[in-house]
Design a protein around this ligand. Structure first.
Ligand SMILES: C[S@@+](CC[C@H](N)C(=O)[O-])C[C@H]1O[C@@H](n2cnc3c(N)ncnc32)[C@H](O)[C@@H]1O
Length: 403
């Protein structure tokens, strides 16, 4: 399908990818998405983690999944693992649910930055009740704050589902506009959207608006039939949609100052096909052998193969609970590994997947490959799920060519 691009389109995409390659460090360290709570004040229709709607914008400590002390213990254990293994590159991204619902979240960010350094910590928020003062308080503890805007006003508010918040789009946009008045916040603010077939046409307008406001960074997430999104398979973008989106993003980078990018799993495939990138580093990483993939930690401290695995049936790919006495990070480490994560990794290795495609590519997303496989089968046993990890990510342009 990439071979159907015109010469101008192909050059546009190649330029974008070359610039991204300069920005993208090949991570050989450890990357974690930590969903610190599953409570959320919104109820996004396609929430990938099935976040639980919570009426207020504050959760009392008694109702939290883990106490502050337990979160600190969990973070200490990660820090010990990093120090013991001399891991040079580490990144911890907080998600949820809505992390700021936790009244102790600022403390958690402060503690995280003390342990790992501000450059290694980030958070996402829906931005509907966080104030500029909140962001000013945490600005020294994070490398970026991601605010989710999923399209223009009507689409965004509809996607947010039934909520007690009046016009969530306006609330989040107000936070963005106010934050941009502070240079120190402007530098750490990043807006992101989940792309669906229904909002891709709005994305060029959204980018233009964000650029006019002075937003410096924008990214587009990829979605799979996981969590509540599994009910909306018909609007998950396909190969042609993603190529269209890639061209939109590449063009926006040429036209505007705002730095835009799309999902690493798609960049990796396109980069390998168009520019010969090697985005596969099985020997150095644990879990999913895409150089950009992460582990997921759920609000109770369970660690998973990938951040997409925190809901059923994906939570079968569990590596244990970090807080349990017997948990040992070494069990997750490649080579020494035992247990489910090591098994899942075996199915994800280049030689075992993608119909033995020889390209040294990340393989896109192994979870995408498996999620679409399970959706077709209408089954979700552990063995189906593992076999799915070895299938082709259906947005691979080479795969589409075969069909
Ligand atoms: C689950 S949210 C949690 C943080 C916060 N509540 C927010 O809205 O950003 C974390 C990130 O996942 C993205 N996300 C949510 N559902 C998704 C889905 N079905 N597919 C892809 N990304 C999704 C959100 O856009 C957000 O950037």
């Amino acid at each position: 399908m990439l071979d159907k691009l015109t010469a101008d389109e192909s050059n546009l995409l190649k330029n974008y990818l070359s610039n991204r390659l300069k920005q993208r460090s090949i991570k050989r360290g450890l990357s974690i998405v930590y969903d610190i709570t599953y409570f959320c004040n919104l109820c996004c229709k396609g929430c990938a983690v099935n976040a639980k709607k919570h009426k207020s914008t504050h959760i009392s400590v008694d109702n939290l999944e883990l106490t502050t002390e337990k979160v600190f213990t969990l973070l200490d254990k990660i820090k010990n693992h990093i120090d013991k293994n001399n891991i040079k590159s580490f990144f911890l991204n907080y998600g949820g649910g809505e992390p700021f619902l936790r009244s102790d979240f600022k403390e958690i960010l402060k503690y995280s930055s003390k342990l790992f350094g501000k450059e290694s910590v980030a958070t996402d928020t829906n931005g509907t009740f966080v104030s500029v003062n909140d962001l000013l308080e945490i600005k020294d503890y994070v490398s970026y704050v991601g605010v989710s805007i999923d399209g223009l006003e009507y689409y965004h508010n509809n996607w947010r589902g039934r909520t007690d918040i009046d016009n969530p789009f306006q609330k989040s946009m107000n936070l963005i506009t106010e934050s941009l008045k502070y240079p120190e916040l402007k530098n750490i603010l990043e807006v992101s959207s989940v792309a669906t077939k229904e909002n891709i046409s709005e994305i060029p307008i959204l980018i233009k608006e964000l650029n006019n406001l002075g937003v410096k960074a924008y990214s587009v997430h990829r979605t799979f039939p996981v969590g509540r999104m599994a009910k909306f398979t018909s609007i998950i973008p396909d190969t042609a949609d993603y190529i269209n989106l890639a061209l939109i993003i590449a063009k926006a980078n040429e036209d505007y100052e705002i730095d835009c990018h799309f999902h690493h799993s798609i960049e990796s495939i396109y980069g390998t096909i168009l520019l010969g990138w090697d985005t596969y580093i099985a020997d150095q990483v644990v879990g999913n052998p895409d150089s950009r993939s992460s582990f997921g930690i759920d609000p109770t401290g369970n660690i998973y193969f990938d951040p997409w695995c925190m809901v059923k049936p994906w939570n079968q790919l569990i590596g244990g609970n970090i807080l349990s006495k017997n948990f040992n990070f070494d069990y997750l480490t490649s080579g020494k590994g035992i247990g489910m994560l090591e098994i899942a990794k075996q199915y994800s290795l280049m030689q075992n997947r993608c119909d033995k495609c020889h390209l040294r590519c990340s393989g896109g997303s192994r979870i995408a490959a498996s999620a679409f496989y399970l959706a077709d089968l209408k089954r979700e046993s552990l063995s189906d799920l593992l076999i799915g990890l070895s299938k082709i990510d259906p947005i691979c342009p080479l795969y589409s060519k075969k069909n």
